[in-house]
Design a protein around this ligand. Structure first.
Ligand SMILES: CC(C)(COP(=O)(O)OP(=O)(O)OC[C@H]1O[C@@H](n2cnc3c(N)ncnc32)[C@H](O)[C@@H]1OP(=O)(O)O)[C@@H](O)C(=O)NCCC(=O)NCCS
Length: 175
């Protein structure tokens, strides 16, 4: 079972390792390699700012949970959230990555998006989510379409990726 919980300061080392890995760095806005000072600044900003909600994605061993084994029952596999929340217009931007290589391409993306949307639309009362995927990010592109996002359009040569300019696909979902 996949669950989402708020990011804690203790998670930052793990998040740093994932964020600096090639597959994640190539597909997110932040191109810099992040050190722990960056991580701590980000966490402080998260905590003070109500225009963002980030979650740690965990794979929970239900058997261990049901037997009250607190150690090792939840394996962190990524991070997701809604950023740039505009509470007046009630919209925000999707952020999502799965950290370990062997957990991508296994269908978790859709499940995570469902949980994130549940928070965004039901708990937070947002009206619309916007998402972006870089040219060549087949999994993210397919995931947004499967999750019923509408492709709004394409920004041409909009980001620098793997030594060249890449298009950015824009998606939206209205609740
Ligand atoms: C993008 C990401 C969150 C998707 O999660 P995921 O669990 O890997 O994706 P899924 O297994 O749910 O697959 C999503 C879709 O891609 C398809 N897919 C998966 N691997 C594929 C491959 N190698 N080639 C073509 N399609 C593929 C799946 O079939 C699925 O499409 P479908 O719903 O039409 O069947 C994850 O791959 C990731 O973290 N990538 C790195 C960071 C990133 O790109 N973040 C997103 C920035 S917008």
């Amino acid at each position: 079972m996949i669950t989402l919980r708020p990011v804690e300061r203790e998670d930052l080392k793990q998040l740093q390792l994932w964020r600096n890995s090639p597959e994640v760095r190539e597909n997110v806005n932040e191109f810099r390699y992040l050190n722990m000072e960056d991580q701590a600044d980000w966490f402080d900003w998260l905590t003070r700012n109500n225009s963002v909600q980030m979650f740690l994605i965990e794979l929970v061993d239900e058997n261990a949970r049901d037997n009250f084994k607190m150690e090792g029952y939840a394996k962190p596999i990524g991070c997701c959230g809604v950023t740039k929340i505009d509470w007046t217009k009630r919209l925000g931007e999707v952020s999502i990555y799965i950290g370990p290589d062997d957990y991508r391409g296994k269908g978790f993306g859709k499940i995570i998006m469902n949980l994130l949307e549940h928070w965004a639309f039901n708990d937070a009362g947002l009206h619309k989510l916007v998402a972006y995927s870089w040219e060549g990010n087949i999994k993210a592109h397919a995931m947004f379409l499967t999750c019923n996002y509408r492709e709004v359009g394409v920004y041409k040569s909009h980001t620098w990726r793997n030594g060249g300019w890449a298009d950015v696909h824009i998606f939206e979902k209205v609740f």
